[in-house]
Design a protein around this ligand. Structure first.
Ligand SMILES: [Zn+2]
Length: 337
């Protein structure tokens, strides 16, 4: 089958791989659509380099159909042909807890699809633990369901931060994740403002919710101490500094970005702001797939408008180049040449 990995030269490439063999407790999925996310671009830039340079198949955001089920799981909740999405964190060997996404996300022996220790979904087929699966409601098209993983990451904010009805929330950054976060928070009827460097290039945020007003504001025009909660989804360490500045004293700053080592050193952050303003800083990564799928089923978010273009796996280099271009939105990959 065709799969995508980081080649010896350090650039992304497609290659022939053997079809993955089913392990105990696993299913094999035929991939319909997969999304390139900032983490994939960071892997290319050197994030988790020891893993990603080993020929591991990349990719963790996808929708697919169950193609085969290991005998140990036959007759259970899932059947061949079910349309599903999969959480990305896989419990380490010997860990049999049925704990939810939080436990999977912090299991020290875990692997993560397409990020470290487990082949991902930029391929014709991918094997995942059956425990990681969620059925996709029939009414949710592939083009929305492919966003379940980043949408779940956006939903995690509502579980990790106590937001009061009167709070003013800022989302820093109007990229793929920032737009999803603005959509989820405005679906919860919170007072959300999106802060960007160039409002003219963030018009897509208006599609977040036609009937909800989500202002898009030039970040340079915002004074200090303006928001109760600030979510940094800029994908750049500078975003953290800006978030500390615009957050009110005793407010909460949520960090959603991971960076390759080269990027981490670019900015000096004034840590004393955290102390003086007595800020809460929350690191946030994965989230609840079940909440994301419910939002999709109830049409409270409709992320397919974020799709920029779709490439065949064989054109993955071009797809990554476009995904890395500033201002471009979601780039999808589909199996085949
Ligand atoms: Zn991702």
């Amino acid at each position: 089958m065709l799969g995508v990995c980081i080649g010896r030269s350090g650039s992304v490439e497609h290659r022939e791989f053997p079809e993955p063999k089913l392990k105990n407790g696993h299913v094999r999925l035929r991939v319909h659509l997969a999304g390139i996310c900032a983490t994939d671009l960071q892997l290319l830039a050197g994030y988790k380099v020891a893993h990603s340079s080993s020929g591991m198949i990349l990719g963790h955001e996808f929708i697919g159909t169950i193609d085969a089920i290991h005998g140990s799981e036959a007759g259970g909740e899932y059947a061949v042909g079910d349309r599903v999405v999969s959480e990305i964190n896989c419990l380490g060997p010997g860990v049999h807890s049925c704990g939810g996404w939080r436990e999977r996300a912090q299991d020290p022996a875990r692997t993560a699809l397409g990020i470290f220790g487990a082949d991902g979904c930029f391929a014709d087929f991918v094997c995942v633990p059956i425990k990681n699966l969620h059925k996709v409601p029939d009414s949710v098209p592939d083009t929305d369901a492919v966003f379940t993983e980043p949408l779940a990451a956006a939903c995690s904010i509502l579980e990790e931060v106590r937001i009061r009805a009167t709070d003013k929330i800022a989302v820093l950054g109007a990229g793929r994740l920032g737009t999803l976060i603005a959509g989820v928070l405005s679906a919860g009827l919170f007072d959300v403002t999106v802060l960007v460097k160039d409002p003219a290039r963030a018009a897509h945020v208006e599609k977040v919710a036609a009937e909800r007003h989500v202002p898009i504001v030039d970040v340079a025009s915002v004074g200090k101490d303006a928001f109760d909660c600030v979510v940094d989804a800029t994908g750049h360490p500078l975003g953290f500094q800006r978030a500390l500045e615009v957050c009110k004293p005793r407010g909460t700053v949520v960090l959603k970005s991971t960076y390759a080592p080269g990027n981490r050193q670019q900015t000096e952050i004034d840590m004393s702001l955290i102390v003086v303003k007595e800020l809460h800083v929350v690191g946030s990564r994965c989230g609840p797939f079940s909440t994301a799928l419910r939002l999709l089923e109830e049409r409270r978010v409709w992320p397919s408008f974020l799709i920029d273009s779709t490439f065949a796996l064989a054109n993955v280099r071009e797809a990554f180049a476009v995904a890395a271009t500033h201002g471009r939105l979601k780039i999808l990959l589909r199996p085949g040449r």
